[in-house]
Design a protein around this ligand. Structure first.
Ligand code: ADP
Ligand code: MG
Length: 400
Protein backbone atom coordinates (compact mmCIF):
# COMPACT_ATOMS: atom_id res chain seq x y z
CA UNK A 1 0.00 0.00 0.00
CA UNK A 2 1.22 3.45 -0.80
CA UNK A 3 2.41 5.16 2.31
CA UNK A 4 1.12 8.21 4.06
CA UNK A 5 1.64 9.38 7.60
CA UNK A 6 -1.05 8.78 10.18
CA UNK A 7 -1.63 10.09 13.69
CA UNK A 8 0.64 7.25 14.86
CA UNK A 9 3.54 9.15 13.29
CA UNK A 10 2.93 12.39 15.19
CA UNK A 11 5.63 13.59 17.51
CA UNK A 12 4.80 15.66 20.57
CA UNK A 13 2.01 18.03 19.53
CA UNK A 14 1.43 19.69 22.89
CA UNK A 15 0.52 23.32 22.23
CA UNK A 16 1.00 22.84 18.49
CA UNK A 17 -1.63 24.06 16.05
CA UNK A 18 -3.28 21.30 14.01
CA UNK A 19 -5.41 22.21 10.99
CA UNK A 20 -7.85 19.35 10.54
CA UNK A 21 -9.86 19.06 7.31
CA UNK A 22 -13.14 17.34 8.09
CA UNK A 23 -16.50 16.87 6.38
CA UNK A 24 -19.09 19.08 8.07
CA UNK A 25 -21.32 19.40 5.03
CA UNK A 26 -24.18 18.16 7.17
CA UNK A 27 -27.79 17.71 6.09
CA UNK A 28 -29.86 20.51 7.66
CA UNK A 29 -33.51 21.38 7.92
CA UNK A 30 -34.79 24.70 9.28
CA UNK A 31 -31.37 25.59 10.65
CA UNK A 32 -30.92 22.32 12.54
CA UNK A 33 -28.64 19.39 11.71
CA UNK A 34 -30.71 16.30 10.79
CA UNK A 35 -27.90 13.72 10.60
CA UNK A 36 -24.58 13.93 12.46
CA UNK A 37 -22.95 10.82 10.92
CA UNK A 38 -20.13 12.88 9.43
CA UNK A 39 -19.33 14.53 12.76
CA UNK A 40 -19.21 11.12 14.43
CA UNK A 41 -16.85 9.92 11.69
CA UNK A 42 -14.43 12.79 12.38
CA UNK A 43 -14.72 12.71 16.17
CA UNK A 44 -11.97 10.13 16.89
CA UNK A 45 -9.37 12.21 15.03
CA UNK A 46 -10.45 15.50 16.60
CA UNK A 47 -10.54 14.08 20.13
CA UNK A 48 -7.25 12.22 19.72
CA UNK A 49 -5.47 15.41 18.68
CA UNK A 50 -7.10 17.35 21.50
CA UNK A 51 -6.12 14.67 24.03
CA UNK A 52 -2.55 14.83 22.74
CA UNK A 53 -2.60 18.54 23.59
CA UNK A 54 -2.86 20.11 20.15
CA UNK A 55 -4.84 23.27 19.49
CA UNK A 56 -7.31 21.87 16.97
CA UNK A 57 -8.64 24.09 14.18
CA UNK A 58 -11.32 22.44 12.06
CA UNK A 59 -11.57 23.29 8.38
CA UNK A 60 -14.62 22.34 6.32
CA UNK A 61 -16.89 23.53 3.56
CA UNK A 62 -20.65 23.83 3.62
CA UNK A 63 -22.87 24.02 0.55
CA UNK A 64 -21.84 25.94 -2.55
CA UNK A 65 -21.39 29.61 -1.65
CA UNK A 66 -19.09 30.04 -4.68
CA UNK A 67 -16.41 32.21 -3.11
CA UNK A 68 -18.67 34.61 -1.25
CA UNK A 69 -19.82 35.04 2.32
CA UNK A 70 -23.37 33.70 2.43
CA UNK A 71 -24.77 34.05 5.94
CA UNK A 72 -27.14 31.08 5.54
CA UNK A 73 -24.12 28.87 4.80
CA UNK A 74 -21.96 29.84 7.74
CA UNK A 75 -20.37 26.93 9.57
CA UNK A 76 -21.47 28.56 12.82
CA UNK A 77 -24.71 26.64 12.23
CA UNK A 78 -23.09 23.28 12.92
CA UNK A 79 -21.42 24.27 16.21
CA UNK A 80 -24.15 22.76 18.42
CA UNK A 81 -24.10 19.44 16.57
CA UNK A 82 -20.30 19.27 16.77
CA UNK A 83 -20.28 20.11 20.48
CA UNK A 84 -22.93 17.45 21.14
CA UNK A 85 -20.93 14.74 19.41
CA UNK A 86 -17.57 15.72 20.87
CA UNK A 87 -18.94 16.40 24.33
CA UNK A 88 -16.70 19.45 24.48
CA UNK A 89 -17.00 23.18 23.99
CA UNK A 90 -16.03 24.34 20.51
CA UNK A 91 -15.19 27.92 19.57
CA UNK A 92 -16.32 29.46 16.26
CA UNK A 93 -13.97 31.68 14.24
CA UNK A 94 -15.50 33.62 11.32
CA UNK A 95 -12.27 33.53 9.27
CA UNK A 96 -9.87 30.86 7.94
CA UNK A 97 -6.66 32.92 7.89
CA UNK A 98 -5.19 36.23 9.04
CA UNK A 99 -5.10 38.14 12.33
CA UNK A 100 -8.43 36.89 13.72
CA UNK A 101 -7.24 33.30 13.44
CA UNK A 102 -3.87 34.27 14.88
CA UNK A 103 -5.54 35.92 17.90
CA UNK A 104 -7.77 32.90 18.40
CA UNK A 105 -4.76 30.61 18.50
CA UNK A 106 -3.31 32.88 21.17
CA UNK A 107 -6.44 32.43 23.29
CA UNK A 108 -6.79 28.67 22.80
CA UNK A 109 -5.20 26.37 25.36
CA UNK A 110 -3.66 23.00 24.54
CA UNK A 111 -6.49 20.58 23.77
CA UNK A 112 -9.00 23.28 22.78
CA UNK A 113 -11.03 23.01 19.58
CA UNK A 114 -12.26 25.69 17.17
CA UNK A 115 -14.18 25.61 13.89
CA UNK A 116 -13.07 28.03 11.23
CA UNK A 117 -15.56 29.52 8.75
CA UNK A 118 -16.83 27.77 5.61
CA UNK A 119 -13.73 27.43 3.42
CA UNK A 120 -15.75 27.99 0.26
CA UNK A 121 -16.44 31.60 1.26
CA UNK A 122 -12.97 32.22 -0.19
CA UNK A 123 -12.51 31.95 -3.95
CA UNK A 124 -9.03 30.46 -3.55
CA UNK A 125 -10.45 27.32 -1.93
CA UNK A 126 -11.97 25.75 -5.03
CA UNK A 127 -9.22 27.21 -7.24
CA UNK A 128 -6.65 25.50 -5.02
CA UNK A 129 -4.82 28.82 -4.77
CA UNK A 130 -1.39 28.20 -3.23
CA UNK A 131 -1.45 31.72 -1.73
CA UNK A 132 -4.61 30.87 0.20
CA UNK A 133 -3.10 27.57 1.35
CA UNK A 134 -0.03 29.45 2.58
CA UNK A 135 -2.15 32.02 4.40
CA UNK A 136 -4.16 29.30 6.14
CA UNK A 137 -0.98 27.41 7.01
CA UNK A 138 0.81 30.50 8.32
CA UNK A 139 -0.31 30.04 11.91
CA UNK A 140 -0.29 26.24 11.99
CA UNK A 141 2.18 23.41 12.62
CA UNK A 142 0.54 20.38 11.04
CA UNK A 143 -2.22 19.46 8.60
CA UNK A 144 -4.47 16.45 9.12
CA UNK A 145 -6.88 15.39 6.39
CA UNK A 146 -9.80 13.35 7.69
CA UNK A 147 -12.23 14.09 4.87
CA UNK A 148 -12.05 11.22 2.37
CA UNK A 149 -15.43 12.35 1.04
CA UNK A 150 -13.83 15.60 -0.20
CA UNK A 151 -10.60 13.97 -1.43
CA UNK A 152 -11.76 13.83 -5.06
CA UNK A 153 -11.51 17.62 -5.12
CA UNK A 154 -8.17 19.38 -5.50
CA UNK A 155 -9.00 22.36 -3.30
CA UNK A 156 -6.78 24.46 -1.05
CA UNK A 157 -7.89 22.73 2.16
CA UNK A 158 -8.22 19.22 0.67
CA UNK A 159 -5.02 19.17 -1.39
CA UNK A 160 -3.01 22.40 -1.29
CA UNK A 161 -2.34 22.38 2.45
CA UNK A 162 -0.62 18.99 2.20
CA UNK A 163 2.14 20.70 0.22
CA UNK A 164 2.85 23.47 2.73
CA UNK A 165 2.60 21.69 6.09
CA UNK A 166 3.61 18.29 7.44
CA UNK A 167 0.56 16.27 6.42
CA UNK A 168 -1.16 13.30 8.07
CA UNK A 169 -4.19 11.13 7.35
CA UNK A 170 -6.79 11.25 10.11
CA UNK A 171 -8.31 8.07 11.54
CA UNK A 172 -11.38 8.01 9.32
CA UNK A 173 -9.32 8.73 6.19
CA UNK A 174 -6.94 5.96 7.23
CA UNK A 175 -9.76 3.44 7.78
CA UNK A 176 -11.40 4.33 4.47
CA UNK A 177 -8.18 3.98 2.48
CA UNK A 178 -7.33 0.66 4.12
CA UNK A 179 -10.79 -0.74 3.37
CA UNK A 180 -10.73 0.44 -0.23
CA UNK A 181 -7.24 -0.93 -0.75
CA UNK A 182 -8.41 -4.32 0.50
CA UNK A 183 -11.38 -4.27 -1.84
CA UNK A 184 -9.84 -3.19 -5.14
CA UNK A 185 -6.14 -2.45 -4.62
CA UNK A 186 -4.80 -5.78 -3.43
CA UNK A 187 -7.98 -7.86 -3.06
CA UNK A 188 -8.28 -11.55 -2.29
CA UNK A 189 -9.75 -13.22 -5.39
CA UNK A 190 -12.20 -13.92 -6.82
CA UNK A 191 -13.66 -10.42 -6.64
CA UNK A 192 -17.31 -9.62 -7.35
CA UNK A 193 -18.75 -6.18 -7.99
CA UNK A 194 -22.42 -5.31 -7.77
CA UNK A 195 -23.32 -2.23 -9.78
CA UNK A 196 -26.90 -1.10 -9.73
CA UNK A 197 -28.89 2.08 -9.56
CA UNK A 198 -30.86 4.04 -12.02
CA UNK A 199 -28.75 4.79 -15.05
CA UNK A 200 -25.80 3.43 -17.01
CA UNK A 201 -24.88 6.97 -18.08
CA UNK A 202 -24.07 7.98 -14.49
CA UNK A 203 -21.77 5.00 -13.97
CA UNK A 204 -20.14 4.40 -17.34
CA UNK A 205 -16.62 4.97 -16.01
CA UNK A 206 -17.30 2.70 -13.04
CA UNK A 207 -18.44 -0.14 -15.28
CA UNK A 208 -15.60 0.35 -17.74
CA UNK A 209 -13.00 0.24 -14.96
CA UNK A 210 -14.54 -2.63 -13.02
CA UNK A 211 -14.66 -5.08 -15.93
CA UNK A 212 -10.85 -4.95 -16.01
CA UNK A 213 -10.56 -5.42 -12.23
CA UNK A 214 -13.12 -7.95 -11.06
CA UNK A 215 -13.96 -11.58 -11.81
CA UNK A 216 -17.74 -11.17 -11.58
CA UNK A 217 -19.72 -8.08 -12.49
CA UNK A 218 -23.31 -8.22 -11.26
CA UNK A 219 -25.46 -5.61 -12.99
CA UNK A 220 -28.84 -4.74 -11.52
CA UNK A 221 -31.19 -1.80 -11.15
CA UNK A 222 -32.37 0.35 -14.01
CA UNK A 223 -28.99 0.04 -15.70
CA UNK A 224 -29.49 -3.69 -16.20
CA UNK A 225 -32.38 -2.80 -18.52
CA UNK A 226 -30.02 -0.92 -20.83
CA UNK A 227 -27.79 -3.99 -21.05
CA UNK A 228 -30.74 -6.32 -21.57
CA UNK A 229 -32.13 -4.07 -24.30
CA UNK A 230 -28.73 -3.99 -25.97
CA UNK A 231 -28.90 -7.80 -26.00
CA UNK A 232 -32.23 -7.67 -27.83
CA UNK A 233 -34.53 -8.12 -24.82
CA UNK A 234 -37.80 -6.21 -24.94
CA UNK A 235 -37.85 -4.27 -21.66
CA UNK A 236 -41.28 -2.69 -22.21
CA UNK A 237 -41.75 0.62 -20.39
CA UNK A 238 -38.73 0.08 -18.10
CA UNK A 239 -36.28 2.84 -17.34
CA UNK A 240 -33.78 2.23 -20.12
CA UNK A 241 -31.19 4.23 -22.04
CA UNK A 242 -31.75 2.82 -25.50
CA UNK A 243 -29.23 5.23 -27.01
CA UNK A 244 -26.49 3.56 -24.96
CA UNK A 245 -26.92 0.14 -26.53
CA UNK A 246 -23.59 0.32 -28.38
CA UNK A 247 -21.81 1.47 -25.20
CA UNK A 248 -23.32 -1.39 -23.25
CA UNK A 249 -22.15 -3.82 -25.93
CA UNK A 250 -18.63 -2.41 -25.70
CA UNK A 251 -18.56 -2.90 -21.93
CA UNK A 252 -19.72 -6.50 -22.36
CA UNK A 253 -16.98 -7.09 -24.96
CA UNK A 254 -14.33 -5.57 -22.69
CA UNK A 255 -15.52 -7.83 -19.89
CA UNK A 256 -15.21 -10.83 -22.16
CA UNK A 257 -11.66 -9.91 -23.06
CA UNK A 258 -10.65 -9.46 -19.40
CA UNK A 259 -12.20 -12.73 -18.28
CA UNK A 260 -14.87 -10.94 -16.26
CA UNK A 261 -18.20 -12.77 -16.08
CA UNK A 262 -21.13 -10.36 -16.36
CA UNK A 263 -24.35 -11.37 -14.61
CA UNK A 264 -27.59 -9.90 -15.88
CA UNK A 265 -30.92 -10.88 -14.34
CA UNK A 266 -32.82 -13.68 -16.09
CA UNK A 267 -35.97 -13.30 -14.08
CA UNK A 268 -37.39 -9.94 -13.06
CA UNK A 269 -40.17 -8.34 -11.03
CA UNK A 270 -42.44 -6.20 -13.20
CA UNK A 271 -45.52 -3.99 -12.85
CA UNK A 272 -47.65 -1.77 -15.05
CA UNK A 273 -47.58 1.11 -12.59
CA UNK A 274 -44.83 2.24 -10.30
CA UNK A 275 -46.49 2.10 -6.88
CA UNK A 276 -46.25 0.09 -3.68
CA UNK A 277 -47.64 -3.45 -4.06
CA UNK A 278 -49.41 -2.72 -7.37
CA UNK A 279 -52.19 -5.03 -8.59
CA UNK A 280 -50.22 -5.71 -11.78
CA UNK A 281 -47.17 -7.03 -9.90
CA UNK A 282 -45.67 -10.24 -11.24
CA UNK A 283 -42.40 -12.08 -11.65
CA UNK A 284 -41.38 -13.36 -15.07
CA UNK A 285 -38.50 -14.35 -17.28
CA UNK A 286 -36.75 -11.34 -18.88
CA UNK A 287 -38.01 -12.50 -22.27
CA UNK A 288 -41.64 -12.28 -21.13
CA UNK A 289 -41.89 -8.60 -20.20
CA UNK A 290 -44.98 -7.08 -21.84
CA UNK A 291 -44.87 -3.79 -23.76
CA UNK A 292 -46.79 -1.99 -20.99
CA UNK A 293 -44.71 -3.37 -18.09
CA UNK A 294 -41.71 -1.99 -16.19
CA UNK A 295 -38.86 -4.00 -14.71
CA UNK A 296 -38.52 -2.75 -11.13
CA UNK A 297 -36.43 -5.43 -9.45
CA UNK A 298 -34.26 -8.48 -10.06
CA UNK A 299 -36.22 -11.73 -9.71
CA UNK A 300 -35.85 -14.28 -6.89
CA UNK A 301 -34.22 -17.00 -9.03
CA UNK A 302 -31.54 -14.64 -10.26
CA UNK A 303 -30.90 -13.45 -6.71
CA UNK A 304 -30.41 -17.03 -5.56
CA UNK A 305 -27.90 -17.61 -8.33
CA UNK A 306 -26.11 -14.37 -7.44
CA UNK A 307 -25.89 -15.41 -3.80
CA UNK A 308 -24.19 -18.61 -5.02
CA UNK A 309 -21.72 -16.51 -7.00
CA UNK A 310 -20.88 -14.55 -3.84
CA UNK A 311 -20.21 -17.83 -2.02
CA UNK A 312 -17.36 -18.50 -4.47
CA UNK A 313 -15.87 -15.01 -3.97
CA UNK A 314 -13.52 -13.58 -1.36
CA UNK A 315 -14.13 -9.89 -2.00
CA UNK A 316 -17.19 -7.81 -2.90
CA UNK A 317 -17.58 -4.16 -3.87
CA UNK A 318 -21.11 -2.86 -4.10
CA UNK A 319 -22.53 0.36 -5.52
CA UNK A 320 -26.15 0.82 -6.45
CA UNK A 321 -29.36 -0.99 -5.45
CA UNK A 322 -30.66 -3.90 -7.56
CA UNK A 323 -34.16 -2.49 -7.75
CA UNK A 324 -36.36 0.49 -6.95
CA UNK A 325 -35.82 -0.36 -3.28
CA UNK A 326 -37.63 2.68 -1.85
CA UNK A 327 -40.96 1.15 -2.92
CA UNK A 328 -42.22 -2.24 -1.64
CA UNK A 329 -41.75 -4.96 -2.76
CA UNK A 330 -39.03 -3.79 -5.17
CA UNK A 331 -36.51 -3.84 -2.32
CA UNK A 332 -36.60 -7.66 -2.19
CA UNK A 333 -33.58 -8.48 -4.38
CA UNK A 334 -31.37 -5.82 -2.80
CA UNK A 335 -32.33 -6.92 0.69
CA UNK A 336 -31.83 -10.64 -0.07
CA UNK A 337 -28.45 -10.26 -1.73
CA UNK A 338 -27.28 -7.79 0.93
CA UNK A 339 -28.19 -10.31 3.64
CA UNK A 340 -26.26 -13.07 1.83
CA UNK A 341 -23.24 -10.82 1.58
CA UNK A 342 -23.56 -9.79 5.21
CA UNK A 343 -23.75 -13.43 6.39
CA UNK A 344 -20.65 -14.36 4.38
CA UNK A 345 -18.82 -11.32 5.74
CA UNK A 346 -19.76 -12.22 9.30
CA UNK A 347 -18.35 -15.72 8.81
CA UNK A 348 -15.13 -14.15 7.60
CA UNK A 349 -15.53 -15.68 4.14
CA UNK A 350 -15.97 -12.37 2.32
CA UNK A 351 -14.53 -8.87 2.50
CA UNK A 352 -17.45 -6.61 1.59
CA UNK A 353 -17.15 -2.92 0.87
CA UNK A 354 -20.09 -0.77 -0.21
CA UNK A 355 -20.69 2.90 -0.91
CA UNK A 356 -23.01 5.40 -2.57
CA UNK A 357 -25.81 7.53 -1.16
CA UNK A 358 -28.73 5.28 -2.08
CA UNK A 359 -26.67 2.13 -1.55
CA UNK A 360 -26.00 3.04 2.08
CA UNK A 361 -29.70 3.79 2.56
CA UNK A 362 -30.61 0.43 0.99
CA UNK A 363 -28.14 -1.49 3.16
CA UNK A 364 -29.44 0.26 6.26
CA UNK A 365 -32.95 -0.66 5.16
CA UNK A 366 -31.79 -4.30 4.84
CA UNK A 367 -30.38 -4.07 8.37
CA UNK A 368 -26.93 -5.28 7.31
CA UNK A 369 -24.83 -2.15 7.62
CA UNK A 370 -22.96 -3.45 10.68
CA UNK A 371 -22.10 -6.78 9.10
CA UNK A 372 -20.48 -5.43 5.96
CA UNK A 373 -16.72 -5.14 6.30
CA UNK A 374 -16.81 -1.46 5.44
CA UNK A 375 -19.43 1.02 4.31
CA UNK A 376 -18.25 4.24 2.79
CA UNK A 377 -20.43 7.30 3.26
CA UNK A 378 -18.38 9.26 0.72
CA UNK A 379 -20.59 9.63 -2.36
CA UNK A 380 -18.60 11.27 -5.16
CA UNK A 381 -15.18 10.27 -3.83
CA UNK A 382 -16.26 6.62 -3.50
CA UNK A 383 -17.50 6.56 -7.09
CA UNK A 384 -14.32 8.17 -8.42
CA UNK A 385 -12.33 5.58 -6.54
CA UNK A 386 -14.49 2.86 -8.16
CA UNK A 387 -13.64 4.45 -11.48
CA UNK A 388 -9.98 3.79 -10.72
CA UNK A 389 -9.14 7.48 -10.47
CA UNK A 390 -6.41 8.81 -8.26
CA UNK A 391 -7.97 11.14 -5.71
CA UNK A 392 -5.98 14.40 -5.46
CA UNK A 393 -6.49 14.72 -1.70
CA UNK A 394 -5.13 11.22 -1.15
CA UNK A 395 -2.27 11.61 -3.62
CA UNK A 396 -1.12 14.79 -1.85
CA UNK A 397 -1.01 12.91 1.47
CA UNK A 398 1.07 10.16 -0.08
CA UNK A 399 3.56 12.62 -1.53
CA UNK A 400 3.79 14.72 1.60
P1 ADP B 1 -26.17 5.36 -5.43
O1 ADP B 1 -26.70 6.64 -4.85
O2 ADP B 1 -26.00 4.30 -4.36
O3 ADP B 1 -24.94 5.54 -6.25
P2 ADP B 1 -27.96 5.49 -7.67
O4 ADP B 1 -28.28 6.90 -7.35
O5 ADP B 1 -27.16 5.20 -8.89
O6 ADP B 1 -27.30 4.75 -6.40
O7 ADP B 1 -29.32 4.67 -7.89
C1 ADP B 1 -30.33 4.55 -6.95
C2 ADP B 1 -31.70 4.68 -7.56
O8 ADP B 1 -31.92 3.75 -8.59
C3 ADP B 1 -32.77 4.43 -6.54
O9 ADP B 1 -33.51 5.60 -6.37
C4 ADP B 1 -33.63 3.31 -7.15
O10 ADP B 1 -35.00 3.49 -6.95
C5 ADP B 1 -33.29 3.42 -8.60
N1 ADP B 1 -33.56 2.15 -9.31
C6 ADP B 1 -33.01 0.96 -9.08
N2 ADP B 1 -33.52 0.01 -9.88
C7 ADP B 1 -34.45 0.63 -10.65
C8 ADP B 1 -35.34 0.20 -11.68
N3 ADP B 1 -35.36 -1.08 -12.10
N4 ADP B 1 -36.14 1.11 -12.25
C9 ADP B 1 -36.09 2.40 -11.85
N5 ADP B 1 -35.29 2.88 -10.88
C10 ADP B 1 -34.46 2.00 -10.29
MG1 MG C 1 -27.91 8.21 -5.75
Amino acid sequence: MTKFRTLDDLGDVTGKVALVRVDLNLPMQDGAVTDDTRVRAAAPTILELAEKGAKVLLLAHFGRPKGERVSTQSLSMVIDAVQDVLGKEVMFVPEIAGPVVEQTIGILRAGDIAILENTRFWKGEEKNDPELAKAIAANADIYVNDAFSAAHRAHATTEGLAHVLPAYAGRSMEAELKALEKALGQPDRPVAAVVGGAKVSSKLDVLTHLVTQVDHLIIGGGMANTFLAARGVNVGKSLCEHDLAATAEKILEAADQSGCTVHLPYDVVVAKEFAANPASLRTCNVHEVAADEMILDVGPQAVEALADVLKTCRTLVWNGPLGAFETQPFDAATVALARSAAALSKEGALVSVAGGGDTVAALNHAGVADDFTYISTAGGAFLEWMEGKELPGVKALEQA
